[in-house]
Design a protein around this ligand. Structure first.
Ligand code: NAD
Length: 494
């Protein structure tokens, strides 16, 4: 994005935000609000409705009615497609405004946010819109005398709860297939990244989405998220966020109507560099980007580096050089490589991991501290921690910050054992020139995605989902429809 355009947009006042419920912009039922603090400089951008349980219930009731009366699921698929395509066009037309608003809200550097947020959201919605009239049922290969038909029906009301990193991208991963399938949705954005999703809902109305089909309610997770999770009127819950919240959602489902719960949780993803890596410099550059962009607040971040002994010293030196060369700071400067940490709370969490590693005698090869405090914003230096032990908390738990641990290995078997020595399984990276080894590693690593000779960058055509405690179900690709369509069999005697 052009710098002068960013500079114009960054100073525009942000009007007070409202929920979007049943096609209208509304305040919280008790009128309470919460401030939106920008991580760029600690300033107050605007306010959000501090939603109540009553607000969540109203949104669910609106979505229920909108589903049950067929105003959306009853439209011809081609008609739904047309509205969703128009919505994608409107998002794309406002991509610059949306990108800057999102950065002011959550601190992601604009170079990444512009593509990863509004443009990717528009692309995702377009992808699923185009599939709307290409979903077929099945005729089963039964014996003569019977006809087995498999119908696909929208599941009903979807509760979607999303995190603060990449709200538009992750939001569209849920909204695209849910709406294309004919479901209605109640969306709960994160407290520290709600503004763009509210705007997206307003644009959906402008595109012709009927009222009540997409409702967005802001406020605290423990109030709004919990109300959605516990509602007997919500048929399916889709979630991206932390493991702790994921567990609460499963409990809420068990306490209420046993709604299906799909979880996209965090990871502690291994990035494995073999001595036969095709290009050491390229690997160092992409590995650094794979953990330090967006200040490490990326679910698939390659946060555990495993390096083969022959190249350990030289590779770590290159990586430290990459980390030191990164420009950290104002996320609205197009030259910035990593912007702000999302909140004071997240920054304090990141630094606590470092303090613990330092106290245990681990080596902080670079970084390890807060920077640019004079700006009022929340910034952290890219950090590399070496001499770690497999049982260290910093090796086992997701930091969700710009923090990389480094471990050494000798053999392929050792690399696999270290890679899989984690409770999570979201992503991994493998760097090697040996094609057979690459395929062996893809098979052996327990993860939803394995990158080979790169890290990150997978597009909407391929599924993303975790194994082990990284979750279940998939976002993106046509497989995402599985969450939003029920199968119904018709068995007809002929
Ligand atoms: P979080 O679990 O704290 O919050 C996520 C959402 O859940 C927010 O909207 C929040 O308001 C809501 N929430 C919080 N408490 C709740 C409760 N008791 N009941 C219902 N809802 C509640 O996570 P976060 O800190 O916002 O996000 C960071 C986490 O998300 C990291 O662990 C990261 O790895 C994960 N993540 C995963 C993916 C993926 O695709 N697997 C993508 C991005 C982020």
């Amino acid at each position: 994005m052009d710098k002068s355009r960013i500079d114009t947009l960054r100073h525009q006042p942000v009007p007070d935000a409202k929920h979007v419920i049943n096609g209208a912009r509304v305040d919280a039922s008790d009128g309470r609000t919460m401030p939106v603090i920008s991580p760029i400089d600690g300033s107050t951008l605007t306010t959000l409705p501090k939603g109540t349980r009553e607000d969540a219930d109203r949104a669910v009731a609106a979505a229920r009615l909108a589903f049950d009366d067929g105003r959306w699921s009853g439209l011809a698929p081609a008609a739904r497609k047309k509205i969703l395509l128009k919505w994608a066009d409107l998002i794309e037309a406002q991509a610059e405004e949306l990108a800057v608003l999102g950065v002011r809200d959550n601190g992601t550097e604009i170079g990444m946010a512009y593509k990863a947020e509004p443009l990717s959201a528009a692309g995702t919605i377009r992808y699923f819109a185009e599939a709307t009239d290409k979903i077929f049922g099945e005729i089963a290969p039964t014996a003569p005398g019977a006809l087995g038909l498999v119908h696909k029906h929208p599941v009903g009301v979807v509760g979607a709860i999303v995190p603060w990193n990449f709200p538009m991208m992750i939001g569209s991963w849920k909204l695209g297939p849910a709406l294309a399938a004919g479901c209605t949705v109640v969306l709960k954005p994160a407290e520290t990244a709600s503004l763009t999703l509210l705007r997206l809902a307003e644009l959906a109305l402008e595109a012709g989405l009927p009222p009540g089909v997409l409702n967005v309610v802001t406020g605290e997770g423990a109030v709004i998220g919990a109300a959605i999770a516990e509602s007997n009127e919500v048929d399916v819950l889709v979630f991206t966020g932390s493991g702790a919240t994921g567990r609460r959602l499963l409990e809420a489902s068990a306490r209420s109507n046993l709604k299906r719960v799909y979880l996209e949780l965090g990871g502690k993803s291994p990035n494995i560099v073999f001595a036969d890596v095709p290009d050491l410099d390229e690997a160092a550059k992409i590995s650094a980007a794979g953990i330090f962009r967006n200040s490490g607040q990326v679910c698939i971040a390659g946060s555990r580096l495993l390096v083969q002994r022959e190249i350990y010293d030289v590779f770590v030196d290159k990586l430290v050089a990459q980390a030191k060369a990164m420009q950290i700071g104002d996320p609205l400067d197009p030259m910035t490589n990593a912007g702000a940490v999302n909140s004071e709370r997240q920054l304090a969490q990141n630094l606590a991991f470092i303090d613990e590693a330092r106290a245990a005698g681990r080596t902080i090869a670079t970084g390890g501290n807060r920077i640019l405090q004079e700006t009022g914003g929340t910034y952290m230096a890219p950090t590399i921690v070496t001499d770690v032990q497999p049982d260290d908390r910093i090796v086992r738990e997701e930091v969700f910050g710009p923090v990389l641990t480094v471990q050494v290995f000798d053999t392929e078997a050792e690399a696999v054992a270290l890679a899989n020595d984690t409770e999570t399984g979201l992503a991994a990276g493998v760097w090697t020139s040996n094609l057979s080894r690459a395929h062996r590693m893809i098979a052996a690593i327990e993860a939803g995605v394995v990158h080979v000779n790169t890290y990150g960058g997978a597009d909407v055509t391929v599924p993303l989902g975790g194994v082990k405690q990284s979750g279940n179900g998939h976002d993106k690709s046509l497989h995402a429809f599985d969450k939003y369509l029920n199968l119904k069999t018709a068995w007809i005697k002929l």
